[in-house]
Design a protein around this ligand. Structure first.
Ligand code: GRF
Length: 185
């Protein structure tokens, strides 16, 4: 069986990106490119240092969400991938993308709670005793596709930094597992 090909989309720090490359590339999956909408993303040098080609496509160069998504699809389709991995990719995708590209995302909350960009703060500040991380299939509704995996933990008595570190630690264990699960590896 040939090795599965993936691309990773990211917008910022790229810690999940770096973790996935280190844990899975190139023996388990082949990361054929890392794509970002942010020319200043700190993940760019991280990917390049690990030998992954990076492609920058700035969403600000497009008037409409659909036009940006069309351009993304045009870049991704010839890469001939089995899966697109959204690792901190901070753009809402339209059906122009989601109808054409199979993608998964990681989100720092127990979905369907705390969707959107402020999940970590909202989850920390909630009166719930538990918090967690979800991986899910991507559709055109924000953080709403079918859930693949979830991990939860007790957050009582945690300070914010400890809470954030716990989320990161779980993300770095969970995402590679979910990627393998979706790719049937
Ligand atoms: C992670 O918390 C992820 O769950 C969310 O965005 C953050 C990305 O962090 N979708 P990084 O760029 O991987 O460091």
């Amino acid at each position: 069986m040939s090795i599965k090909r993936v691309t990773i989309l990211f917008s910022g720090e790229g810690e999940n990106l770096e973790n996935i490359i280190k844990k899975l590339h190139p023996h388990t999956i082949e990361i054929v490119a890392a794509i970002t909408n942010n020319p200043l993303a700190n993940g760019i040098p991280k990917a390049q240092k690990l030998g992954i080609e990076t492609i920058v496509i700035d969403h600000r160069d497009f008037k409409k969400r659909e036009e940006f998504d069309q351009a993304l699809v045009k870049i991704i389709t010839p890469l001939n991938i089995d899966l697109a991995i959204l690792a901190g990719f901070m753009r809402i995708l339209t059906p122009v993308f989601t109808d054409n590209i199979k993608a998964i995302n990681i989100h720092p909350s127990l979905l369907p709670l705390f969707k959107g960009a402020h999940a970590i703060e909202e989850s920390f500040n909630s009166n719930m005793k538990v918090a967690g991380v979800s991986t899910h299939l991507v559709n055109s509704q924000l953080d709403s596709g079918d859930i693949i995996d979830q991990v939860c933990f007790n957050k009582e008595d945690m300070d914010f930094q400890t809470f954030k570190n716990k989320i990161t630690q779980i993300e770095h264990e969970l995402f590679p597992k979910s990627i393998k699960k979706v790719l049937l590896l």
